[in-house]
Design a protein around this ligand. Structure first.
Ligand code: URA
Length: 474
């Protein structure tokens, strides 16, 4: 049966009509749910026989059409057909953004892309036991357009190893770890209500809601009101906004940061659970898995990178991709055993921009690093390292709360108020981006900084033997 978001079916039908010379005025387009199960009804001219003329459609048009077909507006079909028809005479029509038809299609595509992005950001899974007792994550979502199927691959890739279902008023999607199945429409009442983690998440959201940073306009742009009803944290927003000015005044009066006044996480496990749920910033909402630090939980040395990369997100471990391998090598050459250190990142989720099938690293903003500092501080408070190696400016910001000039401040120990020493250097991926002499020079500088770290460790009673022992104990 042809579905209203079935681009290939629409394309085949549109091609057939254009090839037979059926002008847009002679067609009536509608959703393919009638008995004929076609998009268009048209009187076909009685042409003698094939071969029919070739139909021209640029890649740009096909890409745009693939997106626009997902729009809920029923007029999209006749509009697409009219543009395809016009393309036969004006093959470059689609490049003319001033053309009314093209501009309308681009506007529709933009709305669809935004809806796709919002679904990725605002789907909230709740844990429910499946018939066999195994956990299934179920979410309810109300898209504006017909984007569910087009978005399914994203969720399959992100949550490949878990069972999940996304229920919507149009259809439901079910992933069992191997196969994606489609089911009928579901009503809001059939979605599970709350689970044990929800209270934690709500408490966390209250705690990180910073009244001094409240910009209601920005918040509504990022999290439009229509999504609020299905976001557990959004139920609290009106109250939080109402109380924001009072809380801001209290913050100013006491000079206290409300963030700091919340109870710190009690264990590394609590942090692992917390970051998995964290949606405080856009990176947390991008559907990737948070990557927790790893290593001996009482190590005297903590190593902090910027954020997990593509490999780290997939494997769910910090610093195991190319930058991590280079780091291990240079640490080893200086006699520092990485396995004895607690290794983590300033930002817990992977920020990227998709490029075809690849995910290209994007640096986190200062604001995103500052938000994630809550978790990094929590890890530091629990592990209590004597020395922290900060790799690059983002890591340093996460630790110091300011962005230092790495060139000026690297290779020096900075003492925090609690006595911890921060040893600052460049990020190993910076070396990987260089070639030739520049790479040799920066490699030597980095190795020199790491040799300095080894000395600081020794001077603070953290011998290599101790790092080895911590590794064995854990
Ligand atoms: N870069 C980082 O900063 N951290 C990782 O975990 C991997 C690459």
């Amino acid at each position: 049966m042809v579905q209203p978001d079935d681009f290939e079916a629409w394309r085949d039908e549109a091609r057939r009509l254009v090839a037979r010379g059926v002008s847009p005025d002679a067609t009536a387009w509608g959703e393919p749910d009638g008995p004929a199960d076609l998009f268009a009804t048209a009187v076909l001219p009685n042409l003698p026989s094939d071969p029919l003329p070739q139909v021209r459609a640029s890649r740009a048009f096909l890409d745009l059409a693939r997106c626009v077909i997902l729009h809920r507006d029923p007029t999209r079909l006749s509009l697409l057909y009219r543009v395809l028809w016009r393309l036969q005479k004006h093959p470059r029509l689609i490049e003319d953004s001033a053309d009314r038809d093209v501009a309308t299609l681009e506007g529709m595509a933009k709305q669809v892309r935004r809806d796709i992005h919002k679904m990725r950001a605002f789907v909230r899974f709740r844990s429910t036991p499946d018939q066999d007792g195994i956990e299934r994550f179920v979410a309810w979502f109300e898209p504006e357009h017909r984007i569910e199927r087009a978005n399914a691959d994203f969720f399959v890739n992100r949550f490949a190893s878990q069972r999940w279902s996304i229920l919507t008023p149009r259809l439901s999607l079910h992933w069992d770890g191997e196969q994606l199945l489609e089911g009928p429409a579901v009503s809001r009442g059939d979605a599970p209500a709350e689970d044990a983690t929800e209270e934690l998440w709500l408490g966390y959201y209250r705690s990180i809601f910073n009244p001094a940073r409240l910009k209601v306009g920005m918040m509504l742009k990022e999290m439009p009101r229509r999504y609020w009803k299905n976001l557990p944290e959004a139920r609290q927003i009106p109250d939080l906004i109402a109380g924001a000015h009072k809380r801001e005044a209290a913050m100013i009066a006491t000079g206290a940061d409300l963030f700091e006044r919340e109870a710190k996480p009690a264990s590394l496990q609590a942090i692992a659970g917390g970051i998995a749920q964290c949606r405080r910033c856009a990176i947390g909402c991008n559907g990737t898995r948070a990557v927790m630090g790893e290593g001996p939980p009482n190590s005297d040395l903590m190593i902090v990178g910027e954020q997990p990369g593509d490999t780290e997100e997939r494997e769910h471990r910090p610093f195991i991709g190319p930058a991590g391998q280079l780091l291990d090598q240079i640490l080893g050459e200086a006699g520092v055993n990485r396995a004895g250190a607690y290794v983590t990142n300033a930002v817990k989720h992977f920020k990227f921009t998709p490029r075809g099938k690849r995910r290209l690293h994007q640096p986190p903003t200062a604001g995103e690093i500052d938000i994630c500092r809550w978790w990094l501080d929590g890890e530091r408070a629990l592990v209590k390292p004597k020395v922290v190696l900060a790799l690059g400016a983002s890591s340093a910001r996460g630790l110091l709360g300011r962005t230092p000039a790495i060139g000026r401040e690297r290779g020096q120990a900075i003492r925090l108020s609690d006595g911890t020493l921060i040893w600052l250097t460049a990020h190993p991926s910076y070396l990987l981006r260089l070639d030739g002499d520049a790479r040799t020079r920066e490699h030597a500088r980095f190795a020199q900084d790491i040799a300095g770290l080894a000395q600081i460790l020794a001077a603070n009673g953290v011998s290599q033997m101790q790092l080895q022992r911590e590794m064995r104990v854990n």
